[in-house]
Every structure is written in structure tokens, then in C-alpha cells.
Design a protein around this ligand. Structure first.
Ligand code: SAH
Length: 247
């Protein structure tokens, strides 16, 4: 019989915020873990009963260090969960952990998916993702801005619904406006748009309007932005993209 591996690192998506939005699989992995690693804000969102576990906390820009520390803890024989907001494999830690894992051949890495901000935010706004869509991160910390701009233009050309992650931050003020200006080269100013701030967390806030109006809004690192395709409309305050049904 195969011996159950004792060196396990879960890379777990915890969903957008509230505990009800976390999968049962992630909750079980967290309660089985000896150590929980993650960005402090995410650790503060975890259920009460998990808060006294051993912790590995590092700041936002020390992701690789956090991944390595989590792998080292797992390699020492502890069961470890590295938590990510939303889905672990969407701008999450799944990639760097798997790349670093070659140095830790005895550690089994298990990736646990979670509800990503695009689907959680879409549910708040209505049904904006009923057809093909592109998710684009506005962060140029690791991606050159010209490539981000190219992706925005081509997604607009292709009539995709567009979801923006990391729309702006203190260090990247004005990036939402920059994104809108690029999109407005191709899309009309009356194109339906929306955003949700703090999805599933205290202070959740939703907004709908047009792309032209979105240009005058500001966002932060806890905002997910939606720009509709040519069929998207706002009806009764809900954002709806047509699939083509005869209704
Ligand atoms: N792994 C995450 C994404 C990490 S990138 C996921 O799958 O959702 C971080 C960006 O995700 C934020 O800047 C924001 O655009 C979006 N985001 C994550 N959680 C959010 C929340 N609770 N409310 C609004 N946006 C969120």
C-alpha cells in the first residue's frame, strides 16, 4: 500500500473574502494544516478557529520568499497551506510554488482552486460574463506596459468582455484612466461597464455605468472592473451580456 505522503504543501484559493465563498476542500486543507502561510490581509479573513495555527506572513512584494518559506516548512515534515485570495492559479502563488518545488523533491504540492474575483464580481453585477471574455491585469510590476496596452486593444477589437484585475494602486494612480483611454480608441464611450470593490467583504460596493463614465472613476487594489462587449447592457441596475437566446 502507498504510504500517505507526509510532506504536503496546499496552495489554496480562499475565494474573494467571506467564509461561505471558500470551498469545502480548502477549508478541510486549512484545518488539516500545521502551518498557514499568506499575505496578512488574507490570513485575517480566515475563520476564527484557524487563527491560532503557526503562521508564515510576509508582505505583498515578498511573494517568492513566502513560497520558499512555505516549501521549507513542508519539507521539514509539517503540513502547510499557502493561501491566495480568489483562485490560487489566477495571478496567485501556484506558478511560483511549482517552479520552486524542483528544489524540494519530497514535497507534494496540491493546488486547490477557489472562486476568482471575475466570477464573484460578475455575480454581484448580474451576468456580464455570459459570453467570451478576457481577463487582463493592469499591473506593470512584472509585465511591461506596452504589452498590457496591446492586450487591451486586441481584446476590444475581438469584442470580448474585458475584466481588469489590479486596476490601480497607490503607486500606479491613473491606470484605470489609462486603460479606458486605450479602450476608447476602439470602443464607444457608451459601452456598458461596471466595477465591484471589496467583493464578499465588509464594505462591498458595486457601480455600473458607461466606459466614458468609468474613465472618471478611481479604483484600488481591491476593485475588479468589467467592460462589456457590443451586446452588454444595464437593465434594472444589472449588467447583462447577451448569449443570443431568443427571449
Ligand atoms: N487570485 C486572485 C487574484 C489576485 S490579483 C483571484 O483569483 O481573484 C489581485 C486582484 O484581484 C485585485 O487587484 C482585484 O482586482 C482582484 N480581487 C481579488 N479579490 C478581490 C475582492 N475581494 N474584491 C474585488 N477585487 C478583488
Amino acid at each position: 500500500m502507498l504510504k500517505e505522503n507526509s510532506k504536503i504543501l496546499y496552495v489554496a484559493g480562499i475565494g474573494p473574502g467571506k467564509q461561505e465563498g471558500m470551498t469545502k476542500e480548502t477549508l478541510e486543507a486549512l484545518s488539516k494544516s500545521d502551518v498557514i502561510a499568506g499575505y496578512p490581509v488574507y490570513l485575517s479573513l480566515l475563520p476564527e478557529e484557524l487563527r491560532d495555527k503557526e503562521r508564515i506572513e510576509t508582505g505583498m512584494t515578498r511573494e517568492v520568499e513566502r513560497c520558499r518559506l512555505a516549501l521549507e516548512a513542508a519539507d521539514s515534515g509539517k503540513t502547510v497551506s499557502l493561501v491566495c485570495s480568489g483562485d490560487a492559479g489566477i495571478y496567485g502563488m501556484a506558478g511560483p510554488v511549482l517552479s520552486l518545488a524542483k528544489d524540494f523533491p519530497e514535497v507534494e504540492v496540491r493546488i486547490l482552486p477557489g472562486v476568482t474575483a471575475a466570477s464573484a464580481g460578475a455575480a454581484v453585477l448580474g451576468a456580464p460574463l455570459m459570453h467570451d471574455f478576457a481577463v487582463i491585469s493592469m499591473s506593470d510590476r512584472l509585465t511591461p506596459f506596452p504589452l498590457i496596452g496591446k492586450r487591451l486593444r486586441l481584446a476590444a477589437e475581438a469584442d470580448l468582455v474585458i475584466v481588469l484585475y489590479n486596476p490601480e494602486s497607490k503607486g500606479r494612480a491613473g491606470y484605470l484612466k489609462k486603460a479606458c483611454d486605450i479602450l476608447l480608441e476602439i470602443l464607444p464611450p457608451d459601452r456598458a461597464a461596471g466595477y465591484v470593490r471589496q467583493i464578499g467583504r465588509e464594505g462591498q460596493q458595486a457601480w455600473t455605468g458607461t466606459l466614458g463614465e468609468l474613465r472618471e472613476e478611481t479604483a484600488d487594489m481591491f476593485t475588479t472592473v468589467f467592460i462589456g462587449n457590443s451586446t452588454t447592457h444595464i437593465s434594472g441596475g444589472r449588467m447583462i451580456t447577451e448569449r443570443g437566446y431568443d427571449i
